[in-house]
Ligand binder design. Structure first.
Ligand SMILES: Nc1ncnc2c1ncn2[C@@H]1O[C@H](COP(=O)(O)OP(=O)(O)OP(=O)(O)O)[C@@H](O)[C@H]1O
Length: 302
């Protein structure tokens, strides 16, 4: 068992009576790494999160959390895991401070940590107000503070920024980055692909309970076969003047894979002295939609 890993999941399958929610899913998240867990509604993301939390046992496969085999662990409270569920809901007659203090007592966390988090999340002014007076953003900050009360070594976040304004989202991703730098392993379940794209190390794409793709953005780009798009207002003229560009010229752009990109950039900049162009790499959303489209086609064919 590797103690550097926050999560090691090997060949996880899960069957609900007559329905297979997860089918042979394997992945690893290192400490200090952020993984996006992506997939359509019903893909199996929440089932996987519940398995990692030890709330349900997988029908098949093995899970280690922070170097400990979940199946053999007698007391899950030993593991420092933080969890922010989607649509976090607390008892709304309690104040923000009372809610955090309640969870702190459950998790055997000191009162001073509660005060520290209230300050860190900018909630001092509202700490003695009932939760029902909080905005969505304030509730989410409180939920996030609850999730990190125990100074987690593994943090599981389900749609942490849905419904938040851009500044509030940026604030939470700043916190995620800070925790990651402290060595916390983080899994973020989200449909906000453009927002998560710059805040992750790796992604796992699930569809119908199966793992379709996993890896860093660079690995996902390479394995997807999607190409980088190079454009310029003068491109047609450059292609006319330099025949070696012609094989890549499609739809008023040069479409480049990893190998051809290096070659073509060298040709354009060193030999042709052309610098006024734009490069558009495939985004996480492009990659996601490609895999979802392929998955739908397999369904139609089979
Ligand atoms: N207790 C259960 N009994 C039977 N089927 C279940 C149960 N829990 C989940 N499922 C089914 O398992 C599949 C995966 O559900 P899951 O909640 O893991 O999906 P998800 O990826 O989290 O979806 P969403 O993005 O909508 O939250 C779904 O088809 C769901 O209906």
């Amino acid at each position: 068992m590797n103690p550097c890993l926050a999560v090691s999941a090997r060949h996880i399958s899960h069957q609900f009576t007559d329905f297979t929610a997860l089918n042979d899913v394997s992945f690893e998240v290192e400490r200090g790494q952020t993984m996006a867990l992506l997939g359509h509604n019903g893909a199996g993301k929440s089932t996987l999160i519940k398995i990692l939390l030890g709330l349900i046992k997988p029908t098949h496969g093995e899970v280690s959390i922070l170097g400990q085999d979940l199946a053999r662990l007698s007391d899950r409270a030993e593991l420092k895991i933080g969890y922010l569920p989607e649509n976090v809901s607390f008892y709304d007659k309690l104040t923000g401070k009372e809610i955090l203090s309640y969870f702190a007592a459950l998790k055997r966390v000191t009162k001073s940590r509660v005060g520290q988090l209230i300050e860190e999340f900018g909630l001092e002014y509202a700490q003695d107000r009932a939760l029902k007076t909080y905005s969505k953003g304030m509730k989410q900050r409180l939920g996030f503070a609850q999730a990190i009360l125990c100074e987690p070594e593994l943090l599981l976040l389900d749609e942490p920024t849905v419904g938040l304004d851009p500044v509030a989202s940026l604030f939470l991703y700043g916190k995620i980055d800070q925790l990651k730098r402290q060595g916390c392993g983080i899994i973020v379940c989200t449909h906000e692909l453009s927002l998560i794209e710059n805040n992750i190390d790796i992604a796992l794409i699930l569809a119908k309970g199966k793992s379709l793709a996993k890896g860093s953005l660079a690995e996902l780009r390479q394995n997807s076969g999607l190409k980088t798009r190079l454009t310029s207002p003068n491109l047609a003229m450059w292609v006319e003047q330099e025949p070696r560009l012609a094989p890549y010229y499609i739809d008023d752009a040069l479409l480049l894979d990893v190998d051809s990109k290096a070659k073509v950039l060298q040709l354009l900049m060193s030999e042709c002295q052309r610098f006024d162009f734009n490069l558009k790499e495939p985004t996480l959303a492009d990659i996601y939609h490609l895999y979802m489209g392929q998955c739908a086609q397999i369904e139609v064919v089979s």
